[in-house]
Design a protein around this ligand. Structure first.
Ligand SMILES: O=C(O)[C@H]1O[C@H](OP(=O)(O)OP(=O)(O)OC[C@H]2O[C@@H](n3ccc(=O)[nH]c3=O)[C@H](O)[C@@H]2O)[C@H](O)[C@@H](O)[C@@H]1O
Length: 435
């Protein structure tokens, strides 16, 4: 009997289902001939096979729903192990954070920063194709080499969320998964409802039922200020005049999270991000698509507001946003509920995270031209009624006071870092479509 027998784990969790069948048949045939060489050996083999079958059945009842573990893309012993390892905390007083949208722009940066300081991080992302999924896969690979495991799944999958909370008692959730983009909401409105409303509620349900309940920090948007004209935008200004469906779903998110805070005692911090940019950024955003088109010698469309006024944004560099996110996690305070019941009041906070110095879109283009050393072909167009707002400008005194938030990167410096990354990632001759 010189042949190595497959271990129980190899039998139950073959690397591919096809391999399982072939190897097993082959193995059985060999054993069949050997066994029948002697009847006493045959008796022993019968006993062995009965024992093997019994342990197979009992193992399945132990894991609860065997079919899910063997057929779903998530689940299983190996999967759980990767999650536990990724969630391990390596510093005193550290936290274990579930980061949704971890393969996204902000999500990947926050995950890395948390991991580097010793916190446990598990990512969740559905890798949808709103923009080139290969960029998301590249971010995933970067996170993997830094010890962050990203689960491939959707925040609408309540079973998956419950399972994740069963495996790891997350202290915090950094919720960054969303359908982003202001103008795309006219093309695909339902994707905003799916991720920003339905997905958010499914996540809140999972958080409220988890024991212990995590504290939640999540991404709202500067777009909630909509048609507000008070500048700079303060958290106390009105936010009931959204200009796009995207903004409306983010505003709805602020109201939805408030009810979960009120009814279930979940600690909630909503962050209104102001046009975040930087390395590993989102290809659908203006600074990114302008860079691609300028390098390819293609024209760019620069929108202009009423009365030929330039549009302006309070562009905020990714590293500053990451600091704001981590400051929010560190100061979030605990959720108070348990068993789905509120035990006392919990914090409910909303902060602007901006740069406090708006820059016009034509100036953004000029900075890019300088860094790229290529002149842009500009098409100036009156802003269509597509959900855009003319300008944004953040008042950040609240975030400064409560989170110690202090942006330090101006647009010129931040774009230089972006261009450097862009050229190293795509090269000068990146010809393929980015979106
Ligand atoms: O701060 C926010 O809340 C939002 O910031 C960005 O939205 P937006 O400011 O519209 O960012 P871009 O799409 O990069 O547009 C920036 C500016 O460039 C202008 N633009 C955009 C595209 C284009 O082809 N031409 C052009 O002039 C837009 O009108 C806007 O004024 C993000 O895309 C949203 O996900 C985020 O929530």
């Amino acid at each position: 009997m010189g042949n190595k027998m497959p271990s129980l784990e190899e039998e139950l969790f073959p690397s591919t289902p096809g391999k399982f069948k072939i190897e097993r048949t082959h193995y059985m045939n060999r054993q069949f001939y050997r066994c029948f060489a002697s009847s006493s050996t045959m008796f022993l083999w019968t006993l062995f096979l009965i024992a093997l079958t019994a342990s197979y059945i009992s193992f399945h009842s132990f894991v609860g729903s065997g079919s899910r573990y063997l057929t779903a893309s998530w689940g299983g012993i190996q999967w759980e192990k990767q999650i536990r390892v990724s969630a391990e905390i390596h510093r005193d007083g550290g936290m274990s954070v579930l980061v949704t949208g971890a393969a996204g722009f902000v999500g990947s940066h926050v995950s890395l920063a948390l991991k580097r300081r010793g916190d446990g991080v598990v990512g969740l992302d559905n890798f949808n194709d709103y923009y080139d999924p290969s960029l998301k896969k590249a971010r995933k690979a970067l996170l993997k080499t830094n010890g962050v495991f990203i689960v491939e799944g959707d925040i609408n999958d309540a079973k998956l969320l419950a399972n994740l909370f069963d495996v790891v008692p997350f202290t915090h959730v950094m919720h960054l998964a969303a359908q982003a983009g202001v103008r795309y909401a006219m093309e695909n409105p339902n994707s905003y409802v799916h991720s920003n409303i339905a997905g958010l509620v499914t996540l809140m349900e999972a958080c409220k039922s988890a024991n212990p309940q995590p504290s939640i920090v999540w991404a709202s948007s500067s777009s909630v200020y909509g048609l507000n004209e008070n500048v700079p935008f303060s958290e106390l200004d009105r936010t009931d005049q959204p200009a796009s469906l995207y903004a409306a779903t983010k505003k709805a998110g602020e109201e939805i999270t408030h009810t979960y805070n009120h009814i279930y005692g979940l600690s909630i911090t909503g962050l209104r991000f102001f046009t975040v940019y930087g390395p590993w950024g989102r290809p659908d955003m203006a600074y990114f698509s302008f860079t691609r088109n300028i390098l390819q010698g293609k024209p760019i469309t620069v929108y202009r507001g009423k009365n030929r006024v330039d549009l302006a944004r309070d562009f905020t560099y990714i590293d500053d946003i990451v600091k704001g996110c981590i400051g929010s996690l560190d100061t979030s305070g605990n959720s108070t509920g348990s068993g789905g019941k509120k035990r006392g009041p919990a914090p409910f906070r909303i902060f602007n995270l901006g740069n406090t110095s708006p820059v016009t879109v034509p100036t953004l283009v000029s900075i890019l031209e300088r860094h790229l050393k290529v002149k842009a072909k500009r098409n100036i167009l009156d802003m269509p009624g597509n959900g855009d707002v003319p300008f944004t400008h953040a008042n950040i005194s609240s975030a400064r006071m409560e989170l110690g938030y202090k942006p330090t990167t101006d647009l010129q410096t931040g774009l230089k870092k972006f261009v450097k990354w862009y050229l190293s990632y795509y090269g000068y001759n990146h010809g393929g479509a980015i979106n």
